[in-house]
Design a binder for this molecule. Structure first.
Ligand code: GDP
Length: 140
């Protein structure tokens, strides 16, 4: 395992409610370091590329609408076993199934408006980080 990086997005439902800081506190409290961060409004093309894996799913259109409906905060997190660790800290996709204390249990509004994204593998983390950051924007 060792120290690795994962990609995180704080989603529009969270930025709208002004809870970026609360989510960052949970991230840092879990021992993950925020080594890059920027607040952006994703274009439709960016959101479509980011969620291309879900293109055939019935919720794809509404997911892209939602992800472009307000600012997101794109982040690179670094730490021991960061990919799995952040998935634990986020909790299950559907907040109704998320464990107590997880970000999604505490803050998510619904299965779509679920406050955060985190990569599901080191390979996807590398691809997602590359989509939003150049190497000189990541400072450990
Ligand atoms: P994640 O890795 O836990 O974020 O989950 P997925 O990669 O499976 O899904 C990506 C995102 O699509 C989720 O975070 C939700 O915002 C949304 N999503 C996933 N499943 C559903 C669903 O069944 N219905 C709707 N409306 N949105 C979903």
């Amino acid at each position: 395992m060792g120290v690795e990086r994962t990609f995180s997005l704080i989603k529009p439902d969270a930025t709208k409610r002004g809870i970026t800081g609360l989510i960052n506190a949970d991230i840092e409290g879990a021992g993950l370091r925020i080594v890059a961060q920027k607040r952006i409004l994703m274009t439709r093309a960016q959101a479509e590329t980011f969620y291309a894996v879900h293109k055939e799913r019935p919720f794809y259109g509404s997911l892209v609408d939602y992800m472009t409906s307000g600012p997101v905060v794109a982040q690179v997190l670094e730490g021991e076993n960061a990919v799995l660790r952040y998935r634990e800290v986020m909790g299950a996709t559907n907040p109704e199934s998320a464990l107590e204390g997880t970000i999604r249990k505490k803050f998510a509004v619904s299965v779509t408006e679920n406050s955060v994204h985190g990569s599901d593998s080191p390979e996807n983390a590398a691809t997602e980080i590359r989509q939003f950051f150049s190497e000189n924007e990541i400072v450990g």
